[in-house]
Design a protein around this ligand. Structure first.
Ligand code: FES
Ligand code: FES
Length: 169
């Protein structure tokens, strides 16, 4: 069974040691997903698998046989940017941009987690059906995505103004 990347079926690599990140970047030339630390510490390589955020540097591509992978390239809607991509521009949520694809994919997965009531370390109600995305919740839930440029205020503003606003509705 192929791996589905941004809606297209792709062959899994012959080498079972290849990470999902290397398949995306080296095999499929989808360079939007970034390699930062390559050891699970920075979040730059975050992609969505069946809607859940994962670190693609820690994932073997062969594990994702038959799964649906979405990268930053797969978020555009026709010629239009995803609302979160636009929000990062509007709120100056980046400087060099290296962490940005991971930040955006992570934020989308993070919002889905909050929507289904997955608590964070700071959530007061562990049994809530849905967690409102306050700035504090966003900061906590996005803490695995580092930004060496320190654009955190803009990043949180962008997320709070899009997926956070939807969650508050
Ligand atoms: Fe994957 Fe840093 S490159 S977490
Ligand atoms: Fe440069 Fe985040 S914008 S690392």
């Amino acid at each position: 069974m192929p791996i589905i990347v941004n809606g297209l079926p792709r062959s899994i690599p012959e080498d079972p040691r290849m990470s999902l990140l290397d398949l995306l970047r080296e095999g499929l030339h989808l360079s939007g997903t970034k390699k930062g630390c390559n050891q699970g510490a920075c979040g730059a390589c975050t992609v969505l698998v069946d809607g859940e955020r994962i670190l693609s540097c820690l994932a073997l591509a062969v594990q994702y046989d038959g799964r649906r992978v979405t990268t930053i390239e797969g978020l555009v809607q026709g010629d239009a940017l995803h609302p979160l991509q636009q929000a990062f521009i509007d709120h100056d949520g980046f400087q060099c941009g290296y962490c940005t694809p991971g930040q955006i994919c992570s934020a989308i997965g993070m919002a889905a987690e909050a929507e289904r009531g997955v608590p964070s370390h700071i959530s007061a109600d562990l049994a809530a059906d849905r967690v409102a995305l306050t700035r504090e919740e966003i900061q906590e839930r996005m803490s695995g995505n580092l930004c060496r440029c320190g654009a955190y205020n803009g990043i949180v503003d962008a997320i709070a103004g899009t997926v956070g606003a939807e969650m508050a509705a």
